[in-house]
Design a protein. Structure first.
Length: 326
């Protein structure tokens, strides 16, 4: 078995120079614009202080002299009354301003909530087999005879030759990998063998049902050193191996490439062999594409995505809130 194709950050996964055109792209709507508020009017010119100059001709006042207040020594009671009125005026202005700010915030929050797209699915916890106890089935992982990767190219499909459900996980791998997944609580392996769209490759894709997400992480980290040292590998599934004109025999006998990844408490993997039994060169672009299609797009992005989400019907309406009782 050739070394697994690695990728930065996720050894065992191939790098991809461009996103697969069949991958859904989530479009995030732009944040709503905040309602504009008219700028406050310019402040009035500063009020002149001090005694007003007397106007010429004013009765009882000579020109050039200043009029004095009739009571220059205002009583303390009046001063206190005016101070209280001033404080009340300030509090009134602040209260109105705060109310307008709160109202503006509510309008902005409401606009943002109204512009958000409604959810299309409810997430389901698949972090452990305890909260996700339903076993995988062959029909769940391989429901049809064909797997379409790009809807724009419906004729370029992976043809499913035969699926299989293993309750003895040791049969899915050899050496230390077989022991590893068994020790980490593997309860089943659902795998299937396919033919690539161009017919030049045979592919086995599988999902290993482990006990917890922590054990899936342990398996993910431990597999690469085992493969690099030649102490174990994932096995291809050759259902017609004993037939005289076997189609899938290269998966059991020829050199293979493999990749793996995880989601929740599941470990997903893929094994590739050339249909003619030839050697797969290192860096083969077709092998990299197959690893991405089967592992990332299909097993993780379709099968396990469906298991981890409960679709919401577009016609469903939220249940009315219960009426309050006294």
């Amino acid at each position: 078995m050739s070394p697994a194709v690695g990728a930065p950050g996720r050894p065992g996964m191939p790098p991809r120079t461009a996103p697969n055109p069949a991958m859904p792209v989530r479009v995030v709507p732009p944040p709503p614009t905040r309602p504009t508020v008219a700028p406050p009017p310019p402040p009035p010119p500063p009020r002149r202080t001090g005694p007003r100059p007397a106007a010429a001709g004013e009765p009882g006042v000579a020109a050039g002299w200043q009029r004095l207040a009739p009571h220059p020594n205002m009583s303390s009671r009046w001063k206190k009354a005016l101070s209280v009125l001033g404080v009340l005026a300030v509090l009134t202005v602040c209260g109105v301003g705060s109310f307008l700010m709160v109202l503006d915030e509510k309008k902005g929050t409401g606009a943002q909530a109204n512009s958000s797209p409604p959810p299309t699915a409810t997430p389901i916890d698949i972090t452990t087999r305890e909260v996700d106890p339903k076993p995988l089935t062959a029909n769940e992982v391989f429901p049809g005879k064909q797997i379409v990767i790009d809807p724009k190219k419906p004729t370029e499909v992976y043809t499913v030759i035969k699926p299989q459900v293993l309750t003895d996980c040791r049969a899915a791998a050899s050496g230390q990998i077989s022991k590893l997944i068994t020790d980490l609580g593997c309860s089943q392996v659902v795998r299937g063998t396919m033919r690539s769209p161009n017919g030049a490759y045979l592919v086995t894709g599988g999902i290993v049902n482990l006990d917890t997400v922590a054990n899936a992480e342990k398996a993910y980290e431990a597999i690469k050193p085992i493969v690099d040292e030649g102490k174990g590998r994932f096995l291809g599934y050759a259902p017609d191996r004993q037939a005289k004109k076997s189609i899938t025999k290269p998966l059991a006998l020829a050199s293979t490439h493999a990749g793996w990844n995880i989601r929740g408490h599941y470990l997903v993997y893929c094994v590739i062999a050339r249909s003619d039994g030839g050697e797969i060169p290192i860096g083969d672009p077709f092998a990299k594409q197959i690893l991405f299609d089967v592992i990332e797009f299909y097993l993780r992005g379709k099968v396990l995505e469906d298991r981890a989400s409960d679709p919401i019907s577009p016609d469903a309406t939220p249940a009315p809130a219960p009426s309050a009782t006294n």
